[in-house]
Design a protein around this ligand. Structure first.
Ligand code: ZN
Length: 472
């Protein structure tokens, strides 16, 4: 009888067959610390088994010698097109999120992508797009006229706040802020919007009011939002800390670390490049921009459409028409400091349209893994993966992502640690990363044998999981 019952117990295990098995890879999981050769069984879009013994599958892929990691979660992506998603997938990204600027209307943005996307997507309810809609600004991503040039009236601000609140009701992942792009918005308005976020227990993702060393600059700006987080209780995420802080980045990190030590929920991120990118027509390039960017000049600006460096003449011409410009302003040692800091998440701030944009849209993750982990030993592989997977998943309250564990979503990136590297450059950003042969989103291959898979759209919209404003 004993023999019989044991047989009954183990029989289903022997018979178990998985949809997909990734066999014999080096599995890294930043939550448990697992770093060992394992086989991973996937069923119905979830990780169903992680085993030192072989697993049976309808499809078994031998990934010996390759790393099997949680798919990379990019908190900061501005281009949400099939083109951009393909470059991101080849860089190992399984989830692309527009959290800084955010979107409006939120429900429409999600509906436009549901069932049609290669990778997962999501967005915040954005202060900037709400302000542009209410005030009638002609800008695309960021304000270029009305909202850049004057404050909202009290009535307009009431509408903006209602739009932001509505977006949270529709499932947005938080509230997005680009305060630097709305130079006339008051500190009281920002505090009000933090309050809206706090009431929904939603995090605020913020491009702060000022950057650089000239007062009021980066220090003042980060102090504003830490104070607002403290005053309202809203969780705070400061975006692209290096392009805001430049040489003052260590001071900003000290402020954030201190705020966390005192019980506030404050996080930050950076991209692994020495240049930012934004619209030349935006408020960032108002009078005095050179000093605010740490003492750069025209030739430190690179027009994305042509790759040319600017002069006083071309600056004036292109600022009039508006368009993306790379801003070479971040010292390499500041980038290295952020990459090495275990508190700083990796996020691309990717912009790529019709092959033009910033190389970070296509190369951020491979660049960290190839250049800073493998070649320069600046951080360990596990630390880098934690900054790309579990930490961003936790920032948006999605604990089923960013892990290789049983029950987690089967968003998985398989790469060759000896070969992974970025190829995208400022002159030609539309170049795929190398050394990332397999990427799965929800248990579906979107990259296989190093090629984008066509005819699949497993990407799903990520929405806030908690109740909004105490309802539902
Ligand atoms: Zn920004």
């Amino acid at each position: 009888m004993k023999y019989f019952s044991t047989l009954l117990f183990i029989a289903p295990l022997i018979a178990q067959q998985y949809d997909i098995v990734l066999a014999n890879g080096r599995v890294l999981d930043p939550e448990s610390g697992l770093d060992a050769v394992r086989s991973v069984g996937i069923n119905g879009g979830r990780i169903a088994a992680i085993s030192a013994a072989p697993l049976r599958g309808r499809s078994v892929l031998d990934v010996k010698g390759l790393v099997v990691a949680p798919g990379f979660i990019d908190l900061h992506v501005h281009s949400h097109s099939p083109e951009a998603y393909a470059f991101q997938a080849r860089d190992g990204v399984t989830t692309a999120l527009e959290l800084e600027i955010g979107v409006w209307p939120v429900a429409r943005w999600y509906a436009q992508r549901e069932g049609k996307s290669l990778i997962n997507f999501g967005a915040t309810s954005g202060h900037v797009p709400a302000a542009m809609a209410v005030m009638g600004d002609q800008g695309k991503l960021v304000p270029l006229d009305v909202a850049a040039n004057r404050a909202a009236t009290p009535d307009e601000f009431r509408q903006i706040r209602e739009h932001v609140r509505q977006g949270l009701e529709e499932g947005a992942l938080g509230v997005g802020f680009g305060i630097n792009y709305l130079p006339h918005c008051s500190r009281e308005e920002i505090l009000d919007l933090f309050q809206v976020a706090a009431e929904a227990k939603a995090p605020c993702f913020v491009h702060v009011r000022h950057g650089g060393p000239v007062e009021p600059g980066a220090e003042d700006a980060v102090q504003e939002v830490i104070a607002d987080a403290a005053a309202t209780g809203a969780p705070l995420h400061v975006v692209h800390i290096t392009s805001v802080g430049l040489r003052q980045t260590p001071t900003l990190l000290r402020m954030i670390r201190g705020a966390c030590a005192r019980g506030l929920d404050v996080t930050t991120e950076a991209y692994p490049y020495t240049a930012g990118m934004t619209d030349l027509g935006s408020a960032i390039f108002a009078e005095g921009w050179q000093a605010h960017q740490g003492g750069i000049t025209y030739r430190d600006l690179q027009w994305a459409a042509t790759g040319e460096r600017l002069t006083a003449e071309t600056f004036a011409k292109y600022r009039q028409q508006g368009g993306m410009v790379a801003v070479h302003a971040i010292p390499e040692e500041v980038v290295r400091l952020a990459m090495a800091d275990p508190m700083v998440m990796i996020a691309s701030d990717g912009i790529l349209e019709n092959g033009k944009g910033h190389p970070r849209a296509a190369g951020t993750y491979a660049r960290v893994l190839g250049r800073y982990v493998r070649d320069e030993h600046l951080l360990t592989l596990m630390d880098a993966l934690r900054k790309m997977t579990m930490m961003p998943a936790d920032r948006i309250h999605q604990p089923q992502k960013g892990r290789i564990k049983v029950g987690a979503d089967a968003d998985i990136t398989v790469f060759d640690p000896s070969r992974v590297i970025d190829r995208a450059t400022f002159e030609n950003p539309a170049q795929y990363s190398e050394g990332i042969p397999y990427v799965l989103v929800g248990g579906v291959f979107v990259v296989k044998n190093g090629e984008i898979q066509t005819g699949v759209a497993p990407g799903r919209g990520l929405r806030r999981r908690e109740n909004y404003f105490g309802r539902r």
